[in-house]
Ligand binder design. Structure first.
Ligand SMILES: Nc1ncnc2c1ncn2[C@@H]1O[C@H](COP(=O)(O)OP(=O)(O)O)[C@@H](O)[C@H]1O
Ligand SMILES: [Mg+2]
Length: 238
């Protein structure tokens, strides 16, 4: 695993009258889990999509180890992104889906079995995706993102639809990934879900970074709710 920091500087995106992302700047460091936390509509998904070139920014930049996504020599070996889990064809099996993506991405066929094991999909490998629960779809999307053995994982609300055991499994998975030197950027609309596992926190509200720092610094400020209250009191949310 190579150490690849994510550096986001001054990202902005407007959709018609909606200013989805006003000004987002932060760094997510290799070897750390960075939580990207904000309410629904705060601009998390738009920001993450701009990171990997799925949405073109109006302003600003996003780089992986100093290189924009579109210029990476080996994109799927550098960044694995799970931004939308609706992409898999319902009549395919999990294995069929992963074999197709491995072939498209030029990955060794043996990698399919590895990512199935990594994501605990063995019991479902030969079942059709049509019958998958949201949690199984999340695992399959993660398995697909892992095919290229990336240094960075970008996950958009991966706990949605997971049961408590699934959430615990995901926490362990991303912790191990970061402990092995990987970079994890994970969004959520609830910090509590990630509080145990994140090293750094970036709080986003109405397309702006309200606050960023370490989990310990957030705790020193009295936690997330106290932080919001403090910011609201000094007028930043008014
Ligand atoms: N393709 C789009 N067209 C128009 N508005 C959009 C589009 N994508 C997002 N938005 C709007 O931008 C804002 C931020 O959305 P989003 O980035 O999805 O936030 P989050 O992921 O934090 O819930 C919301 O007001 C949303 O409705
Ligand atoms: Mg979103």
């Amino acid at each position: 695993m190579s150490a690849v920091d994510i550096e986001v500087a001054g990202l902005a995106k407007r959709f018609g009258q909606v200013e989805a992302v006003h000004d987002v700047t932060f760094t997510a460091k290799a070897g750390q889990v960075t939580g990207f936390i904000g309410a629904n509509g705060a601009g998390k998904s738009t920001t993450l999509r701009m990171l990997v070139g799925l949405t073109a920014p109006d302003r600003g930049s996003a780089e992986f180890g100093g290189t924009p996504y579109r210029d990476l020599v080996d994109p799927s070996g550098t960044v694995g992104a799970v931004l939308d889990i609706a992409g898999a064809h319902p009549s395919m099996t999990a294995v069929g889906h992963l074999r197709t993506y491995a072939a498209l991405g030029g990955h060794a066929p043996a990698r399919v079995d590895e990512v199935i094991t990594l994501t605990g999909l063995e019991p479902y490998a030969h079942r059709r995706i049509r019958g998958f629960s949201t949690g199984m779809r999340q695992r399959l999307a993660l398995a697909t993102a892992l095919l290229g053995d990336p240094d960075v994982l970008v996950l958009d609300e991966p706990s949605n639809g997971l049961d408590p055991a699934g959430i615990m499994w995901l926490r362990l998975f991303i912790r191990r990934f970061a402990d092995a030197g990987g970079t994890v950027l994970i969004s959520s609309h609830v910090l509590a879900e990630l509080e145990q596992v994140v090293d750094g926190v970036v709080l986003i509200e109405r397309g702006r970074v309200l606050w960023s720092g370490s989990r310990a610094q957030l705790a020193e400020q009295g936690g997330l709710e106290a932080m919001y209250f403090q910011l609201a009191t000094i007028g930043e949310l008014a």
